[in-house]
Design a binder for this molecule. Sequence first.
Ligand SMILES: Nc1ncnc2c1ncn2[C@@H]1O[C@H](COP(=O)(O)OP(=O)(O)O)[C@@H](O)[C@H]1O
Ligand SMILES: [Mg+2]
Length: 247
Amino acid sequence: MTAVLEVTDIRKSFGGITAVDGVSFDVREGEILGLIGPNGCGKSTLFNCILGQLIPTGGEVKVDGRVVTGLRPSELNRLGVSRTFQLLQVFPKLSVRENLILAGQEHQGSMVSRLFGPSDAGLTEAADRMIGFFELDHLASETAGSLSYGQQKLLDAAMAFMGGPRLVLLDEPAGGVNLSMLADLRERLAAINREKRATFVVIEHNMEFVMSLCSRVMVMAEGRVLAMGTPDEVRDNPAVIEAYLGH
Ligand SMILES: Nc1ncnc2c1ncn2[C@@H]1O[C@H](COP(=O)(O)OP(=O)(O)O)[C@@H](O)[C@H]1O
Ligand SMILES: [Mg+2]
């Protein structure tokens, strides 16, 4: 299977702290890779290095075989790479539909492609398709700030899919979300992976969510990869059990 994302020996230090300490892995086309590990082990920093929010201290990132290390987030967007952040990125005063349209404009990138790309009418249609897909129809005209936290997280995830990305990195999409919204989100992510062949990496603390959604799981501890394998392999790995339960 082709690797959509290849990460080789990524490192990131902040002053004296090494947040990511030589991480290598790849993500295959169409898979959902889970990323778990204790708070502060470097998961978000790794995402930021892959997506151009941070310049890594060392290492290389390839998307579809092309070196993209150090490219800006907007340039990665144009290559079909998208993300969500650990903290919500929705605009509370705009409606659900407007948030999605704005995300679509962002994914289209430069003014030139905006001028010559699909019209805003096209974006509204794309937003409405996404609203339907994420079952947000009844909330389409509500302001994002009036939604429940779980609904806002669902909207935030939907926004990452507006450009029809090949690869989406989701940083705790289910963080702080109640159980029924969690099931909704898992079901929507599984469906979008199946129907649109989108490839994901998902950081999430809820084990049940990760184990039931992901084809493989990577476990990080203290900036390094502790284990990588199927959910069953990872669950039975003594080093993982030790890291989570061994205190
Ligand atoms: N911008 C930053 N400046 C300094 N230290 C940071 C910065 N971002 C993250 N860190 C540190 O890097 C380590 C990893 O953090 P992070 O990647 O957010 O972990 P995780 O997402 O796994 O909880 C932590 O020790 C954190 O304090
Ligand atoms: Mg984090």
